[in-house]
Design a protein around this ligand. Structure first.
Ligand SMILES: Nc1ncnc2c1ncn2[C@@H]1O[C@H](COP(=O)(O)OP(=O)(O)OP(=O)(O)O)[C@@H](O)[C@H]1O
Length: 586
């Protein structure tokens, strides 16, 4: 029998260049990537399971390479670097699917709170089920509907519904099939998008950070499910809902942050590690050995060393000033708050106080109500106006007495929604984007000389990272000149790669030294090294605010990972929601 063609066959020592580079490339042009002697090979049958790990920009380049966005030198021998897919040119289904959560969504996901919490427009009413049904190619729908049977009447549509139900169950969104897409929480949206990939008949899926934003409970299940999809081996119990048939086999390449060892599923047996522009490939065992050796030689520089100054804290001094709360006015006081959509209770008698200096990790599984509670204190949710004056006090004032522009300016905030909604077409510079945080707006403003100085001082610790080459464009400042704070300040926001835009939005959230800072699933959007720098910057900010202004900044961080709070374990508090009720508060 003829052996099936491999999905990927990139020979050893192949180099990768941007499309348009002449052949052969001039010796002065450096490659984007260089493969080691082993190259990269991935079979289309059997149990190969590939993870891509390593340096953030390098990971992105390798993903783009696998999506045929770059060119190879020398050109891999016929049938090319992706033999399997080039052998079936006319499939009605996309053969490769790419899922990333770190870039603004091109549509289909809610992008601002007004749409989500305000009156739903007709176009927002599309449910998850509608969306899944729309994923079936037109050709299939046409064939099935020759007799103009409605979707629910035709037999094949029944099959579609069964298939959708099965995959939705696997990915734990079956209870949400009738929910408008816009009503899905961010973790629910991520799972729904994974479900859409699983519904496709692609032969290869590249999933970037597939476990980010998923609560601990579902991470392992989803990892296991992806393993089954990858190998095409179902669990053939008689009444099993998660049988993965042969046609569903889809090579599932996982792109994991950093070393990727934490949370690397058991079924991964091959690793491609990108360090700067070098792509090393090997077995998982070889990789683990290599990572261990590296780790022994190098320890990550601590956040405070990176920003160039050690922030000293008095012995015994804690960031968390639990004592003395009784005398201090809370920054936020929420009492017996309820939010429901129809009969669905999303917040059920929730009370929560946030005091100056509190460092709070807001926890809860996907859909437990975290974003909803934040939308109340940020003033985005219409309920925040409607509730009795004493049920929601912000900076000691009833929420409904505080005009929105004040709230926006008083509370520093960054979130996946802000990342998605921040305008990329206004040609704001990096400096203008950061400075827009003074008023919490999304537009250009004049700054005082002090404000410009402040913005530049915030950029300073990030110069090394933000100076990295971005795509070229017609920005006011060409990207190759981004070598110092002044040129970074002038460079167009949209010319930075997504993870660097996230850093700029983080600086936007802290620029005005707000008394309350909300970081919602922030660290997932940036590279690990940048996160370390952000932590150092935050520590310095807290110290300076305390020393210079006598202000103890309160911080709320939403994350599904304990390790992603920017303070030492044990220094903060935990506020946990479960199905809209307070599960834990300290
Ligand atoms: N407009 C709406 N219509 C229906 N249900 C909604 C609407 N908005 C939110 N919900 C539901 O409210 C619940 C709470 O959502 P919320 O976004 O607060 O969860 P979360 O804890 O932030 O989740 P995640 O960890 O996934 O971000 C979810 O089950 C969500 O589906």
């Amino acid at each position: 029998m003829k052996r099936p063609l491999p999905l990927i066959a990139i020979p050893g020592h192949t180099q990768v260049f941007p499309l348009g580079t002449p052949t052969p490339p001039r010796s002065t042009v450096s490659p984007l990537l260089r493969f080691s002697a082993k190259g990269l090979r991935l079979s289309s049958e059997g149990d190969d399971g590939l993870a891509i790990v390593g340096h953030g920009e390098g990971r992105r380049r390798l993903v783009q390479t696998l999506l045929s966005k770059h060119k190879f030198h020398p050109t891999p021998p016929s049938p090319g670097p992706f033999p399997y897919t080039s052998s079936i040119p006319n499939s009605p289904y996309p053969l490769i699917r790419h899922l990333t959560f770190s870039r603004p969504s091109p549509g289909g996901e809610f992008t601002d709170y007004t749409a989500r919490y305000g009156a739903l427009q007709d176009e927002d009413r599309g449910t998850l089920l509608d969306h899944y049904l729309s994923l079936y190619p037109e050709a299939e729908n046409d064939n099935n509907n020759q007799n103009e049977l409605s979707l629910s009447e035709s037999h094949t549509d029944k099959d579609k519904l069964l298939e959708i139900e099965r995959i939705a169950t696997q990915i734990r969104v079956s209870h949400l099939l009738q929910t408008p897409l816009i009503g899905l929480s961010s973790g629910q949206t991520r799972r729904a998008r994974l479900g859409a990939v699983l519904l496709s008949r692609a032969r290869m899926a590249i999933l970037e950070d597939p476990f980010a934003g998923l609560d601990v409970g579902s991470r392992e299940d989803i990892a296991e499910l992806l393993g089954k999809v990858n190998s095409g081996q179902g669990n053939h119990n008689a009444n099993d809902v998660d049988v993965v048939e042969e046609q569903r086999r889809m090579r599932t390449i996982l792109v994991l942050r950093g070393a990727g060892l934490v949370g690397m599923p058991k079924w991964i047996n091959k690793v491609a590690q990108v360090t700067e522009d070098e792509v090393w490939t090997g077995s998982k065992e070889e990789y683990v050995e290599r990572a261990r050796e590296k780790e022994a030689g190098k320890v990550y520089r601590s956040a405070s060393t990176i920003i160039g100054e050690k922030v000293g804290r008095e012995e015994g001094e804690s960031l968390d000033k639990k004592e003395g709360n009784a005398e201090r006015e809370p920054v936020v006081r929420m009492k017996d708050v309820n939010v429901a959509y129809g009969s669905k209770k999303v917040l059920d008698d929730v009370s929560w106080s946030i005091y100056p200096g509190d460092k709070i990790h807001l926890q809860g599984s996907n859909g437990s109500g975290k974003t909803t509670i934040l939308s109340l204190l940020l003033g985005h949710h219409p309920r925040s106006y409607a509730m009795p004056a004493n049920n929601l006090l912000i900076f000691s004032k009833p929420r409904r007495e505080i005009p929105m522009p004040y709230l926006r300016a008083w509370i520093g905030h960054t979130s996946p929604e802000i990342f998605a909604a921040f305008p990329r077409n206004m040609r704001l510079t990096a400096g203008e984007a950061i400075g827009s945080g003074y008023e919490g707006v999304f537009s250009r403003r004049e700054f005082t000389p002090e404000q410009v100085k402040r913005i530049k001082s915030l950029l300073q610790p990030f110069v090394g990272q933000l100076a990295a080459p971005a795509r070229s464009g017609s920005g006011r400042q060409a990207s190759h000149n981004r070598t110092d704070v002044d040129s970074i300040y002038e460079c167009e926001f949209s010319h930075f790669p997504a993870s660097q835009q996230a850093v700029l939005l983080f600086l936007r959230s802290i620029v005005s030294r707000p008394r309350l800072l909300v970081l919602d699933e922030f660290s997932q959007t940036i590279d690990e090294h940048a996160w370390e720098v952000c932590k150092g910057v935050l520590e310095r900010e807290w110290e300076e605010m305390r020393r210079d202004e006598g202000v103890e900044q309160a911080v709320v961080v939403v994350s599904h990972y304990e390790s992603e709070v920017p303070w030492e374990a044990g220094e903060g508090k935990v506020f946990r929601l479960k199905d809209g009720r307070v599960d834990h508060s300290e």
